[in-house]
Design a protein around this ligand. Structure first.
Ligand SMILES: Cc1ncc(C[n+]2csc(CCOP(=O)(O)OP(=O)(O)O)c2C)c(N)n1
Length: 172
């Protein structure tokens, strides 16, 4: 998969590091869950390339970010495995919480799991904290994966970044 990603960026500008970084995570999630019924939301959406490779778009991958080709973000018109068209950092958790709360309320017997993957750059967004604050009481089937790679678009800054650094060095 990394070879395919490298071949793409060799001839086109595209999100690169974030996609190289989630290859194993993407495969592990697709091995663990059945996203034809469970739900997966990538925050911000720029690291969705590996997910596209394993959800039926390998053959079209070379068309990424060309006119009429694959979009560099989730696109429900391309695949039912892309739930929403996103690109706004920080929107994943509140969206995931809304979806899973709806499931809990309307169709609990279906037991669908919702997964949100969020980077440490997108994490310190206001709506993320609002969703986290509500999540525990509202749903039992919401999994949040924090992909802490110490980078946003540039090196991350702020109190949450300092906290994550301290947490990494002194895990509880
Ligand atoms: C609301 C908003 N602000 C800024 C951006 C620009 N942006 C694109 S990706 C990203 C975050 C990247 O960092 P991170 O979430 O840690 O993901 P990584 O690329 O490190 O995996 C940002 C801020 C955006 N898409 N939306």
């Amino acid at each position: 998969m990394r070879e395919v990603l490298c071949n793409l960026v060799a001839c086109r500008s595209a999100h690169f590091a974030s996609n190289l970084g989630v290859v194993e995570l993407c495969l592990a999630l697709h091995q663990t869950f059945d996203f034809s019924r469970d739900r997966l939301i990538w925050d911000t959406g720029h690291q969705i390339y590996p997910h596209k490779l394993v959800t039926g778009r390998y053959d079209q991958f070379h068309t990424m970010r060309t006119k009429g080709g694959l979009m560099g973000y989730p696109n429900p018109a391309e695949s039912p495995y892309d739930l929403l068209m996103t690109g706004h950092a920080g929107a994943s958790l509140s969206t995931a919480l809304g979806l899973t709360s709806g499931d809990d309320y309307l169709r609990p017997e279906e037991n669908r799991q919702t997964v949100a993957v969020i980077g440490d750059g997108a994490f310190p967004s206001g709506i993320v904290f609002e969703a986290m604050n509500n999540a525990r009481r509202q749903s039992k089937r919401l999994l949040v994966v924090l992909n802490d790679n110490r980078m946003s678009i540039c090196p991350r800054v702020g109190s949450m970044a300092d906290y994550l650094d301290r947490l990494r060095m002194n895990p509880v």
